[in-house]
Write a protein that binds this ligand. Sequence first.
Ligand code: HEC
Length: 458
Amino acid sequence: MPKRLPLLVFLALGSIAAGPAQPPTYYGEVAEILQANCAGCHTEGGIAPFPLDDARWARNMAAAIADSVKQGRMPPWPPGEGTPPLKDERKLSASAKAALVAWAEAGAPLGDPRPVAAKAAVPAPQPDLVATLNPPYTPDDALQDDYRCFLMPATFDRDTYMTGYKIIPGDKRSVHHVILFLIGPDMVEAAEAKDRAEPGPGWKCFGGPGLSSDPRNIGGILGFWVPGGGATLLPEGTGRLLRAGSRVVMQVHYNTASGANPDATQMALYLAPKGVQLKRLVGMTLAAPVEIRCPPGLTGEACTREYARARTELGFIADWIHLLCNTSIEGYAQRNVGDGSRQATSCDWTAQSAMEVYGVTAHMHLRGVEFKVEVNPGTAGARTLFYIPQWNFQWQGEYWYQTPLRLRQGDRVRVTCVHDNKSAIPGPGGEILPPRYMTWGEGTTDEMCLGSLFGVRE
Ligand code: HEC
């Protein structure tokens, strides 16, 4: 018997040994990879600049596709090394990446045409409350990017648990991202005043709704939507408590590059039935001071803290965070900041009680570069909870851990942000934003360093 083995092996390998491996073809396997990983955004009328669920487009873009996946730019997924496994990761498998690259290198052959199955969408459950932006808002096309806050027509007359949400963009071409902010009953009046103060629905807002004077309230982010996103259901058995009298402010970032059309984005909420007790998902706010100096060699009034402080709405938070973090403005002024244009800031927060951590968010503005959350840094039990090596303002979001993480009472949670103040950058309206001193604030020329852990206290 053993003598026959080589022959069997030869027969088994025959088809492979016969010649070089066939390159993948579009209809063979590439179309399905693009459909499953790219077409959520790259589709006719989608947010990405060209469709990838179309054979001709895919073929024409083959070299760019290969480059974007090799470099890890696509699909967009900011969290990086050291972050514990997250749910719904937009990640290409190594074999899918290899197939796209091999296909492009072989000249993007189409293969034998056959119908390509669209990715089956998981049907979202029926929401309990739907609020629509009404009247619709037409973004200002004089601006390349229009950031607008709207007080949504939804009220809660009793304490209610939210178990999930879904955002349904109205004008899919211009709605770039959406953030829902939960505002307490004490802030509703301020929101109504902001709304009245500007013509048309809503008010101009960039980093946040510009209502809260307390950084601990800024953790009131209720949800995010970025292109390709579907419904978010909070972890089983948990909910966010919407106190009676609370409201939701919806911030929409419109990009008007392909025109400005009326938009009636909708917010749908999933709510627990009355009387159902859920574990309350609370945010642990992680903020760090923002004292970003001008790069070396640049001086002038705009490079003074006074200048920044005077122009910042809610600027007193900038001073206040130093108290919370036990740091000082003078201390930051003396910090060694490397070559002077990249500056790191951090703050340690203590877990007041044990907490099961389900999710995390990060927020910086246009000059953000890196964002990190660590537990007990510098000790034997140090852990990284979250790391974004290359911040991109366009892709902020919330992230949910595959397995909840545990914080013990007294754990030190450090948030670290790096900002780059080297050169002038384009602002959201296409304007040029030269470096200047920046403190904490919600404007385009202010910065933030803000994270939040979402969890259940034990
Ligand atoms: C979540 C939405 C989203 C997904 C998913 C996505 N893209 Fe994109 N893609 C965009 C957007 C928006 C742009 C234009 C802005 C930019 O370059 O970031 C873009 C730009 C591109 C570009 C041109 C710019 C560059 O970086 O090369 C290529 C090529 C590309 N995507 C390929 C892909 C491929 C291949 C996939 C799937 C493996 C994919 N994209 C998945 C949103 C997405």
